[in-house]
Write a protein that binds this ligand. Structure first.
Ligand SMILES: *Cc1c(COP(=O)(O)O)cnc(C)c1O
Length: 397
């Protein structure tokens, strides 16, 4: 997945242009910047690549989710359905706007189970947030139908699946808003950064103002701009955007490499009876950032992850035991360990949520994820295929 593996001369040159001009900020300073607006250029390129009317960059993927929720008017008392398998950023963003994260089971796609989503909907639900974990997508057609039937917002977290598609549409563009992360370990990186895409003029206008203290960005005198509503600072800097602009231009190059590496490893697993591959919803194309599969039981999965690591095969994740990506270790969320007081209404509403997720545990307990890297050469690939075959075959015995 990591674009940092291919950080090179073009990225350095682009960042260098910003350093040369000295205009490190994305807004204003028109005269000094020699015609380069890196954040703006990357936004145009992102909207074009994702086939949406708008793209807006911010400081991180978490910020993108936060700004997306705020721009959609989500706040106090509103419930947001998020999967049990995701990165902590999902519920952080929900809590940061004062809304309530409602955890919901995942299925063999490793993303939201539409049946469980239906059951989780209450009169307070405002948003369904599918997270396209590890390179592949949720069943967006069914989730969109559910969202439409209940008048809910479909907010796609595509932070780990940029470049994948569903029914011909780039991931992130199927719902009302899509979010990406360009942090250091994502498929393409700005160092730190994030972005949201949408076809809604209203959401875009709100997002670009909200992420910059409410600035309406009308006219050419920043100090005289109006503030139609409250905002915050989630701006991206020009150096980060300059790097991301180059990386975005290389996205398809990275995807081709990931696909080639993924395909080789997948062939190994397909030759082993007893291994079940993750289900990709019909009409979906992965971004190939991870290869995911299920072992027959929890012990065999946990054992395989450990044995792969010991055999020098790094990047094999057993998320079931992971601190950051699966609900079992989110005690800080479940106990609402906030540094500052939360509203009593939020605490009360949150505590009513389900806390056990047997269906998720069934799939996640058996799941292994292999990170697909760009830097592997033929020798490395051959060695990885051999180790994967040896370890998984032994575990299946
Ligand atoms: C990385 C990630 C985020 C957050 O992105 P940051 O840029 O690190 O804030 C959100 N959701 C998912 C699924 C992620 O993997």
């Amino acid at each position: 997945m990591p674009g940092f593996e291919r950080f090179g001369a073009a990225e350095r040159e682009s960042a260098g242009e910003v350093l040369e001009s000295g205009v490190l900020m994305r807004y204003g300073f028109d005269g000094m910047r020699k015609g380069r607006w890196m954040a703006r250029e990357m936004e145009h390129a992102l909207a074009t690549r994702m086939q949406t009317r708008h793209a807006h960059l911010v400081s991180s993927g978490t910020a993108a989710l936060t700004v997306a929720l705020a721009s959609a008017g989500v706040g106090a008392g509103d419930e947001v359905i998020v999967p049990t398998f995701t990165f902590v950023a999902s519920f952080e963003a929900v809590l940061s706007v004062g809304a309530i994260p409602v955890l919901c089971d995942v299925d063999d796609t490793l993303t939201l189970d539409p049946g469980a989503v239906k059951k989780a909907i209450t009169a307070k639900t405002r948003v369904i947030m599918p997270v396209h974990m590890c390179g592949s997508m949720a069943d967006l057609r069914t989730l969109k139908a559910i969202a439409d039937a209940h008048d809910l917002l479909l907010l796609e977290d595509a932070c780990q699946a940029i470049g994948g598609s569903y029914e011909g549409k780039p991931l992130g563009s199927y719902g009302h808003i899509g979010c990406f992360s360009f942090d250091y370990v994502k498929t393409i990186t700005c160092g730190e950064g994030g972005g949201l895409i949408t076809n809604s003029d209203e959401i875009y206008e709100r997002a670009q103002a909200y992420s910059d203290h409410g600035h309406d960005h009308i006219g050419s005198d920043r100090g005289a701009e109006g503030h139609p509503h409250l905002g915050y600072n989630y701006r991206i800097g020009e150096v980060n955007a300059a790097i991301g602009l180059v990386q975005l231009g290389r996205l398809d190059e990275f995807l081709d490499v990931q696909k080639a590496h993924y395909t080789r490893l997948r062939a190994v697993l397909e030759s082993l009876e007893g291994v079940q591959l993750r289900r990709v919803p019909e009409g979906g194309i992965e971004n190939y950032s991870f290869l995911n599969f299920f072992m027959p039981n929890e012990n065999k999965a946990r054992y395989s992850a450990k044995a792969l690591g010991e055999a020098g095969f790094d990047g094999a994740f057993y998320w079931y035991d992971n601190n950051w990506h699966y609900h079992r270790k989110w005690d800080h969320l479940k106990n609402l360990e906030s540094l500052s007081p939360l509203s009593e209404a939020l605490v009360h509403q949150f505590q009513a949520n389900p806390k056990s997720f047997k269906a998720s545990d069934h799939w996640m307990g058996r799941n292994l994820s292999v990170l697909v890297k760009l830097s592997w050469d033929e020798k490395e690939l051959q060695s990885r295929c051999r180790i994967l075959k040896e370890v998984v075959s032994a575990a299946l015995d």
